[in-house]
Every structure is written in C-alpha cells, then in structure tokens.
Design a protein around this ligand. Structure first.
Ligand code: COA
Length: 388
C-alpha cells in the first residue's frame, strides 16, 4: 500500500523536523568506536582500525571491544583459553540448525541458533557486567560453530567439531573445510573479521541497542542485530557484490556494465555509505588482502573487475566502495559459498554488538523516538452493520 497522507493534513513547520533515516542524529554518547568522515578514519577504543588489522589478532580486538584495552600476553592467554573452552554447541542446538529447511538462508540459521542459545542460558535475565561479558564471549565462541555447522549441513556433509588448538580464524576454516589453509589466507580472513568487528551506530548496532534499552537480554539484542544486518543495504551487500560480479562474468565487460547500471539509475551494491562521503576507511586494508587472495589462487579476474567498476563509479558519481566491495570477492576466493558471507560478518560484528549492548546496559535510557503523524484526522467508529 502506498503511503497514505491525510488530504487535510497541514504540516506544522515547528514539528516538521523529521530526520528521515535518522540522518545526522546523534542519539547517545559511546566510547566504543569513532567514524570520522572528514578524515576517512575509524578508531576502535582509540586505535586506528588499519593499525589493529596489521598488528593484532581478531582475538585481541575482541578483548579490546569488551574491556576497552588491548590485552597483555597473559590476559590474552586467559581470554583465548576461555573462548576456546566455549566453542562447542549442544546437540540440541546442532539438531535445530540441522532441522531447518535446506533452502533457508544461513543468516536465518544463525539467527535461530543464537535465539536457541538464549533459550539454553539459565542466566538469561542476569545482565550484570560480569555475566554479560561472559555471555559476549559465549557468542564469540559459539557463533562460528553454528555458521560452520550450517555450512556443512547445507552441503550434506557431517559436522566438524571445533578444535581448541586453533585460533578463531583457523578453527573456522577447519570446521568448514576440514583443513586450515596457508597462513596468508588465514591472515586475510582474520583481517576481515577485525575490519567487520565494529562501526559505531550503524543499523544493526542501533537495533541491538534499541532492544537492550528495553532491558531485554543480550541474545535477543543479538538476534535483532542479525535481522538488521541481513538486509542488502547493510551487511547483505557483501553477498550482492559477488552475485553482481558473477553476473558480469568478464572483467573486460565491467566498465560498460557499470555505465549501463548508472544510466538505469541502479543502486550498485558495495558502493556508498551514509557517513563516509569520500571513501570508507576500511577499504584500502581489505582491498590489499583481497589482492593477496587473488595472488594465492593465481587469478586476477575479480580484482580487475573491481578496478573497472570502481573507476567508473568514482569518475561518474564520486561514490566510493564500502567494505563489502572488497570483502565479497575476498571471501569468494577463500572458497566460501556466497550466502555465508554475511554470517561471517556476524561472527565479527558480535564483538561490536556486545560492546554496545554492555555500554547501553551500563547507562540506559529507553530509546523511544517520535513520529510526525500524517494519517487520518480523528473520526468516530461506525458499527460494522452501517459501513458501506
Ligand atoms: N549505487 C548508485 N547510486 C548510489 C549508491 C549506490 N550504491 N549509493 C548511493 N547512491 C546515490 C543515490 O542514488 C542518491 O542519489 P540521488 O541523490 O541522485 O538520488 C545518493 O547517492 C544518496 O544515496 P542514499 O541512498 O540516499 O544514501 P543513504 O545514506 O540513504 O544510503 C547506503 C547509504 C549505504 C544504504 C547506500 O549508499 C546504498 O544503498 N549502497 C548500496 C548498498 C551497500 O553497499 N550497503 C553496504 C553499506 S556499508
């Protein structure tokens, strides 16, 4: 149904301060991360994301997200030991994932798995900082197991149990493919998790904060975050980028494809951003590692296509790639099925979501905005027998 506007509606200028899409609205304070559009920079807890990607593991970044500080060696060891000890999921949860319709999107599977995890946690209503931190680590440890289980089940293969001797990135490859690839590939994947970990008040994080603000639990907030992330205007874009590249098929046709797409006023996935207007701070690092993947597989086709699409879009519209643009082909070259790209994003973003959920919980006020009513003027109900 098209938007109904009351013909008698008279806008009241002082009330018409509608911020469609909440553009430019500062909703709260946060110490988790800062996106600086002017300098194209992103910092997590004060550290530039590029610096973290080159010098830290995803585990260190997760610790940083939850506690506000990078761990020292013994803190990291303790944290990793705990995370590794929590990777198993119950048989019941595994069966729930296995029983889902084969065609259900892996984002729906992980959303269901996290929901089930909440049902299994007897401390669900306990939102003390210590318990919420514990739950955050459970989510960090168990989400990859759920995603990998779904990856195997969808291919008709058996589940591979997590290996506590491997890092989060290595273990994910092990659980999906039964082996760990060479170090360059693991590093490229680990970097993608760091870059995807956090991005201030984006749609899914805002969603998670809204749910937390009602004093609901961390699992419910995470499930809601997954629902928001699934959409192609948000996390789902990394999948759409790869579908688009496969549709283009030939790198020499990419320029013309983009010219045609822009002429038809198409939204091209993997480009544009609400906050960044002259480039996404995370893209150069991810592009570098997508190039590493092209070198590993010995095929430059996707990177050539990347360059052609980017060139035309920047020349014609001055719209730049966002992180999903290099991440899509990078994951494809690592061997993941396309519809698992956004669940991988969930594995990373659970760290940012949990940090925000804990921040919201620590200093909460229910999030409850207003709307400007443009519907029918007040009227009287006529009994059904009298309605035409
Ligand atoms: N392809 C083509 N044109 C685009 C575009 C894209 N990916 N992104 C923005 N634009 C254009 C819009 O058509 C609009 O042009 P107009 O003013 O002539 O109508 C203008 O740029 C502003 O775009 P708008 O959609 O209003 O910006 P937004 O802040 O509401 O949306 C996104 C931001 C990210 C949702 C949007 O850029 C988009 O849909 N990108 C593709 C999906 C994507 O990659 N999402 C991942 C984000 S990290």
């Amino acid at each position: 149904m098209a938007e109904y506007i009351n013909p008698d509606y008279v806008p009241e200028p002082e009330k018409m301060n509608v911020k469609k899409g909440l553009e430019g609205v500062v909703m709260d304070t946060s110490s988790v991360s800062k996106v600086n559009a002017e300098t194209n920079s992103l910092v997590y807890r004060g550290y530039p994301v590029q610096d973290l990607a080159e010098n830290c593991s995803f585990e260190e970044v997760a610790y940083l997200m939850y506690t506000g500080e990078l761990p020292n060696k013994s803190q990291l060891e303790d944290f990793s030991k705990k995370e590794k000890s929590l990777r198993d999921i119950t048989k019941d949860n595994l069966n729930v994932i296995k029983s889902l319709p084969k065609k259900c999107h892996p984002m729906d599977s992980v959303r269901t798995g996290v929901s089930f995890l909440g049902c299994e946690d007897e401390r669900i209503w306990d939102a003390t900082p210590a318990t919420n931190l514990d739950k955050a680590i459970r989510l960090l440890a168990k989400i990859p197991t759920m995603v990998a289980a779904d990856f195997r089940f969808k291919k008709g293969l058996d589940f591979i149990a997590p290996n506590p001797n491997l890092s989060i990135a290595e273990n994910f490859f092990h659980m999906c493919f039964g082996k760990v690839p060479e170090a360059r590939v693991v590093k490229a994947f680990d970097v993608s998790l760091i870059l995807y970990a956090e991005h201030s008040f984006n749609a899914s994080t805002f969603t998670a904060r809204v749910v937390s603000s009602t004093q609901s639990d961390i699992y419910s907030a995470t499930v809601a975050g997954i629902g928001a992330l699934k959409g192609p205007l948000h996390g789902g874009a990394n999948e759409m980028v790869m579908h688009m590249m496969i549709e283009i098929a030939d790198a020499t046709k990419a320029e013309q494809w983009m010219i045609d797409a822009l002429a038809q006023k198409k939204k091209v996935m993997g480009f544009g951003h609400r906050v960044y207007k002259s480039g996404d701070s995370r893209v150069p690092t991810m592009k570098k590692y997508a190039q590493v993947m092209a070198d590993v597989i010995g095929d430059q086709k996707w990177m050539q296509m990347y360059a052609s699409l980017e060139k035309v879009m920047v020349e014609k519209k001055k719209i730049y790639p966002n992180l999903d643009f290099p991440a899509g082909p990078a994951y494809y070259m690592m061997g993941f099925e396309i519809d698992f790209f956004t669940p991988i994003f969930v594995m990373a973003r659970t760290t940012g979501w949990s940090a925000h959920i804990m921040e919201q919980t620590a200093n909460n006020r229910i999030i409850r905005p207003l709307s400007e009513y443009i519907g029918a003027a007040q009227r009287k109900v006529t009994p059904i027998s009298e309605r035409s």
